[in-house]
Design a protein around this ligand. Structure first.
Ligand SMILES: [Zn+2]
Length: 489
């Protein structure tokens, strides 16, 4: 349990939270722009203008360069970067993963981060990449856990300490690591070494890594998805319970002349129009943006604007209770994201436990919506309906109710429910008039279960053309169900 993180609003596993650091409170979800102490495309002092509340930089880069190290030790990290808000520092683990070694120990870098006044420090963990052997992942994880536990004892001041969750692509290792770190107690939990998954569009695998790591943690602990900076996948990660992101992407993409949007990335030379209303895009034509002497800086600024715009869209969606509708829209921008959406709903049982019981109206956005946690919860609660005597199951508009003891409404993807519940969440859902096959299948599975749970009741199902599905035969085969065919509407 982290006493420095308060959750103020929830939707699915996503939340709006407040993380208290020595240099102020950060409202999450948010993105930390990555500041390279050597090259600053945009000055840290300007970052608040884009919506940044917290920055992240690399303490190892500062430690290695005499001039930077001395200034940081003398005047502090915040003076070095000229930013008076919270700053998180990485430890050199990234360099360790790229170069195989670093010239600093875990103890030295933790000590250094404390001395320069970092708000959130990171131990020198080992970011084991995906797909290595289980033996290697397991051995490196043991070293990581040992170093993190040592770091926990070394932090004595008010610096928050991050406990990175590693374990490569082995879900049991991720979950075990998260559980062990949770017992030790850290202030923020970064999920590490996920960049290779994102770079190769393995978003479905990323979903499993996040879910496994989250399942091992206290659900109230703040989570940082380390290295995730593309706004396209923020909503998905937030819905799975990630609170912090970091973006080096705004600057790196700009250097490659790439223009970020929440639907994907364009090469600036392919842009005939600028699909954005940020100050940069309003003031420049596509040609000006391509040819400007400071084109990299302009692109970096645009990239930052859209990154924070997406964060505000996500926060509003959590506030309103329609985060999953946003996720389902965003995941349609790339086939591999659509795969990730389907993968997320394989974890609906877990998500259902975290999802608030009542939210804004459920909008059915596509076949994946039939697997949403709310639909699963309805199926799990069918035992609560006790039905005796005769029962008519009908589509909402056909009113032929006289002569029945009970009237149930049939509404895909839920199935049949007592009509008096029709205005209650989630049964007041907005659904297509003509459902897709996935929605019908789920509705019939639930209706069959309801009939089986109430063997004494006699059900009459009024079937209309648009609700025809192979599962109707199975429903009709039950001894207490009779199917009659209705016309319109
Ligand atoms: Zn723009």
């Amino acid at each position: 349990m982290s006493s420095r993180f308060d959750i103020i609003h929830k939707d699915t596993a996503g939340r709006i939270g407040r993380l208290t650091t020595p240099h102020g409170v950060v409202e999450t979800p948010t993105v930390m722009p990555v500041i390279n102490p050597n090259i600053q495309t945009i000055k840290p002092s300007e970052m608040r203008d884009f919506g940044a509340q917290i920055l992240i930089t690399n303490s190892y880069i500062i430690y290695r360069k005499d001039e930077l190290r001395e200034k940081a030790l003398k005047d502090g990290l915040h003076s070095l970067l000229d930013f008076d808000g919270p700053i998180m520092t990485d430890s050199g683990s990234f360099q360790l993963s790229v170069y195989g070694e670093v010239e600093v120990t875990n103890e030295q870098i933790i000590d250094f981060q404390q001395k320069i006044g970092s708000d959130i420090g990171v131990p020198l963990d080992i970011p084991t990449p995906p797909d290595v052997s289980f033996e290697r992942a397991s051995e490196e994880l043991d070293i990581t856990i040992e170093r993190l536990q040592a770091a926990r004892k070394l932090v004595t001041g008010d610096m928050l300490l991050a406990g990175p969750v590693q374990g490569s692509s082995y879900m049991q290792l991720r979950e075990k690591c998260a559980r062990t770190l949770s017992e030790t107690g850290f202030d923020v939990y970064p999920f590490g070494a996920v960049v290779p998954l994102m770079e190769s569009y393995r978003y479905a695998d990323l979903v499993d890594v996040i879910a496994a790591s989250k399942k091992g943690l206290d659900p109230t602990a703040p989570v940082h998805l380390f290295g995730a900076g593309h706004p396209m996948m923020f909503s998905l990660a937030v819905a799975l319970g990630c609170d912090l992101f970091d973006s080096a992407a705004y600057a790196l993409y700009a250097k490659d002349r790439r223009y970020i949007t929440s639907r994907g990335t364009y090469h600036v030379d392919d842009l005939k129009y600028l699909p954005c209303s940020c100050p940069i895009c309003l003031k420049h034509s596509p040609e000006e943006l391509k040819k400007a002497y400071n084109s990299t800086e302009l692109l970096a600024r645009h990239n930052l604007y859209v990154t924070f715009e997406e964060i505000r869209i996500i926060k509003q969606a959590i506030w309103e209770g329609n985060l999953l509708e946003l996720v389902e829209q965003r995941c349609r921008s790339h086939p591999r994201m659509l795969e990730a959406l389907k993968q997320m709903y394989t974890h609906s049982e877990w998500l259902e436990k975290l999802d608030p019981a009542s939210k804004s109206t459920f909008f059915y956005c596509g076949p994946e919506s039939a697997k949403r946690p709310e639909v699963l919860r309805f199926a799990n609660q069918l035992e609560r309906f006790t039905i005796r005597g005769s029962a008519l199951i009908r589509p909402a508009p056909i009113k032929l109710d006289s002569g029945y003891d009970n009237v149930l409404i049939f509404k895909p993807p839920f199935g049949a429910y007592p009509q008096e519940l029709g205005e209650i969440y989630p049964l007041n859902a907005e659904v297509p008039r003509t459902p897709d096959q996935e929605s019908l299948e789920r509705a019939y599975i639930n209706t069959i279960k309801l009939a089986e749970l109430n063997p004494e009741a006699e059900f009459t199902y009024l079937l209309v053309e648009r609700f025809r599905h192979p599962m109707v035969d199975k429903l009709e085969s039950l001894t207490n169900v009779q199917v009659i065919v209705g016309h319109n509407p």
